[in-house]
Ligand binder design. Structure first.
Ligand code: ADP
Length: 420
């Protein structure tokens, strides 16, 4: 393992994993925090997906250090702490406290903080974060329910979160190239460990920053900061030219689609699959609650239908129907009931010989992955922006496409399976 990444949420983890795969690394993503006894399969990079963005800072720090130790034990030469490209945090954390703890653990004299991700419209100029052409503090992030961002100056945002000195590595320095960046960080940390908020408006800037941090133990930022890291290892002769997502080989077998998302995108994707003649089973939550429907009845329906085409099982419904179910059974209870069922259906489908599974819905994907007992996924090729094919990285023959509800084009289901 060359690079260990600690990501503060699941979709952010997939995002950075895809970035590294695109840059030619073989990437494994863990589901949850690994420990020092975790055995990682062969990979150039391991991305640990935590759910720590808005947890108490103490918890975020503990999980991050546990993940860091596990990654170091497995041979990681460099650690990247990945947070959101809108720098989601409060005065209490969690970005500052986690950076402090990781710097201390890794003995890093300085580190970078750069959430820039130009491809997604996030840029940093004179320390100010822009979302498109709008300052962060004028963007919808100002009204975020958990982490409202009311100041665009990241030096100001980060300083109250840490006892370390926070400074700026401005645009002109980054334009000067990797040596000028390195010199700026050395000056910044002359009187003790320091964090530099670095400007980046283009991918070239991110590559300069990545190169300046070649051989350093710690970087922090959004997915963008990962863009130059594979090249560092390649230049050092540690990474082959042809590793990465190209090695993805999907197992032979039947395919199925499970949808628990009720988002507009997923509803349209189901309609598209139906129009293309895919056989569908619609879950009726009332029948489920009244014990008139179970995983085994769905599996009995599916078994004779497995063949060249996938089968589609969905609980997806229009908003007024979902509201009625939620009023009757409670929002969380109805959600858990459907998630549990889809988890059991996934187990049964795999027993029936399904080796290619598409899942729609963030929580639903979590429920399916945990029902199947999967703790690590190898990242494969990208289907639609932000959604890769993955392989269960525990030796079993199972390819999974895990899609957050609103992701993917209208033909996502068929397109993803045709890709294999
Ligand atoms: P998304 O990514 O679109 O947010 P999730 O899977 O994260 O999708 O969340 C959808 C939630 O809605 C899940 O908890 C799921 O079990 C629940 N759900 C799915 N279908 C229904 C339904 N017909 N009625 C009520 N809740 C449902």
């Amino acid at each position: 393992m060359l690079l260990g990444v600690i990501a503060d949420d699941l979709t952010g983890a997939t995002d950075v994993a895809l970035m590294l795969a695109r840059e030619g690394m073989r990437v494994i993503q863990t589901v949850g925090v690994p420990t020092s006894s975790t055995h990682f399969p062969d990979a150039d990079a391991v991305v640990v997906a935590m759910k720590s963005r808005t947890n108490p800072p103490k918890e975020a720090v503990e999980w991050s250090l546990t993940a860091c130790d596990a990654l170091l034990d497995a041979g990681a030469q460099q650690i990247l702490f990945k947070y959101c490209s809108t720098f989601d945090s409060t005065n209490k954390g969690n970005i500052g406290p986690v950076i402090d703890a990781l710097m201390h653990r890794l003995g890093a004299p300085y580190t970078i903080a750069c959430p820039a991700f130009p491809a997604n419209g996030r840029s940093v100029f004179q320390g100010h974060l822009f979302v498109g052409a709008t300052l962060l503090s004028d963007s919808p992030m100002k009204d975020h329910p958990l982490t409202p961002m009311n100041d665009s100056n990241l030096v100001h945002v980060l300083q109250p979160q840490t006892a370390l000195h926070v400074g700026l590595v401005p645009f002109a320095t980054v334009e000067g190239g990797p040596d000028s960046v390195r010199e700026a960080f050395e000056i910044l940390s002359k009187n003790g460990p320091a964090i530099g908020v670095a400007d980046a408006v283009t991918n070239d800037h991110l590559r300069v920053l990545g190169k300046a941090f070649s051989g350093q133990k710690l970087l922090t930022g959004g997915s963008g900061i990962a863009i130059g890291l594979a090249d560092n290892f390649r230049r050092a002769g540690l990474l082959g030219k042809n590793s990465g997502a190209a090695t993805f080989v999907a197992p032979i077998g039947h395919s199925a689609i499970l949808a628990g998302s009720c988002s507009a995108a997923t509803r349209a994707q189901i309609a598209d699959a139906q129009a293309k003649g895919i056989e569908c089973f619609a879950i009726d939550p009332i029948a489920l609650a009244e014990n008139r429907l179970s995983a085994s009845s769905i599996l009995e329906w599916a078994a004779p239908r497995l063949g060249k085409k996938p089968v589609l099982v969905y609980s997806t419904a229009e908003p007024d129907i979902v509201r009625a179910i939620q009023e009757r059974y409670g929002r969380d209870e109805a959600g858990a009931m459907v998630e549990h069922l889809l988890g059991d259906v996934a187990i049964g489908l795999v027993e029936l010989g399904i080796t290619r599974l598409v899942v729609a819905g963030g929580e639903t994907s979590g429920a399916v992955v945990s029902a199947l007992g999967i703790s690590m996924l190898e990242i494969g090729p990208e289907i639609d922006p932000g959604v890769p094919w993955t392989l269960a990285a525990d030796g079993r023959s199972l390819a999974l496409a895990l899609k957050s509800g609103n992701f993917g084009a209208v033909d996502f289901f068929m397109k993803s399976l045709e890709m294999l």
